[in-house]
Design a protein around this ligand. Structure first.
Ligand SMILES: [Zn+2]
Length: 338
């Protein structure tokens, strides 16, 4: 089969690899219908995450079940499924509590930018659609696999709800879909940090009511100005840098909630500032599986259109261009078709 491999900094190749086979009786093999490039893939692409040896890429996927291990229940060959970027049994105590991304049996999905992908823990990871989706719904269903589920988790972690003012740090796909989640969860006001005109437009389409172009201390001051000097009730952090984490913390009012889902790189939180902030913090790799059934239904009913974050679609063979376009911020997010 054809599969994406990273060889080094800015060196993505699509090459032949063996088609995966069932390794454990709880595995599934999917024929990938669509995969995509994640903002977090760029940490490898830019050489910030070390690449010890060439490895496959991709953790966001939708596909059709090609083969199931003998112990998989609740799924059937031929079904169209969406799964999380972390697999889970969905039965352990951590899963039952809704934190499937920390399942005691979790595994990462790291080979999805390919024609076929092996998914361990299939019964607890994959969610089938009620019918084969219309073609135009596939990009939206693909977002549920990571960026929508992650933005949604950030909004839930930030306790977004009716009457709340929400601030969103980060105008990548996750931040933009955090805005969409905040709107769906009933936020009264949504402040988006963004300086990019196209992203500002999409932020408004997804429900942002205010745009703040300033960053750092100036950005925080602007949020305070818009909230009677108090800060936002709920803040979503979707970048993962020192500047964005502090900007998010400082934009949260005392007693407020911050959901942080940007993959942390080199972040150091000053202890005394954290102590004195009096805010709630919840974040980390999103338990996307918790939200999948609800998100899939909302998409199938055409209530939300998160697939709008894809502004570039390429055949899998052109994966390298898909990475380059995101790296150079020519594209928000690239969809790949095997
Ligand atoms: Zn579990």
């Amino acid at each position: 089969m054809r599969a994406t491999t990273i060889y080094g900094e800015r060196d993505i190749r699509v090459e032949d690899r063996p088609k995966p086979t069932i390794q454990n009786p709880t595995d599934a093999i999917l024929k990938v219908v669509a995969a995509c490039v994640c903002g977090s893939d760029l940490w490898f692409y830019r050489g910030i995450n070390a690449i010890e040896e060439p490895h496959a890429m991709g953790h966001e996927y939708v596909g059709v079940i090609e083969e199931l291990g003998s112990e998989v229940t609740g799924l059937a060959v031929g079904q169209f499924v969406v799964g999380s970027f972390i697999t889970s049994d969905n039965t352990c105590e951590i899963c039952i509590a809704g934190f499937q991304s920390k399942c005691v049996h979790r595994t990462g999905v790291e080979t999805a930018q390919a024609e076929y992908v092996l998914i361990p823990n299939a019964s607890g990871t994959l969610v089938a659609t009620s019918e084969y989706p219309d073609e135009d719904l596939i990009p939206s269903l693909l977002t549920a696999s990571d960026v929508l589920g992650t933005g949604w988790f950030a909004a839930v972690a930030a306790e977004v709800g009716p009457g709340k003012t929400v601030a969103v740090v980060g105008d990548g796909a996750v931040g933009l879909l955090g805005i969409l989640a905040a709107r769906e969860l009933g936020a009264e006001r949504i402040i988006a940090f963004s300086r990019n005109p196209e992203r500002q437009a999409l932020a408004r389409e997804f429900g942002a009511t205010d745009i703040v172009e300033e960053r750092g201390a100036d950005g925080v001051a602007k949020v305070k100005e818009l909230t009677d000097g108090l800060g936002a009730h709920s803040v979503i952090e979707a970048v993962g840098t020192q500047e964005s984490m502090l900007q998010a913390m400082r934009s949260t009012r005392p007693g407020g909630h911050m959901g942080f889902v940007g993959v942390s790189h080199g972040v150091e939180i000053p202890g005394y500032e954290l102590f004195s902030s009096v805010i709630h913090l919840l974040g980390g790799p999103a338990p996307v599986r918790r939200f999948l059934p609800d998100l899939i239904e909302r998409i199938m009913r055409r209530e939300i259109n998160p697939g709008r974050v894809f502004d570039l679609e390429l055949p899998l063979e052109q994966a390298a261009e898909g990475y380059a376009a995101m790296d150079e911020r020519r594209a928000i997010k690239t969809l790949l078709r095997p």
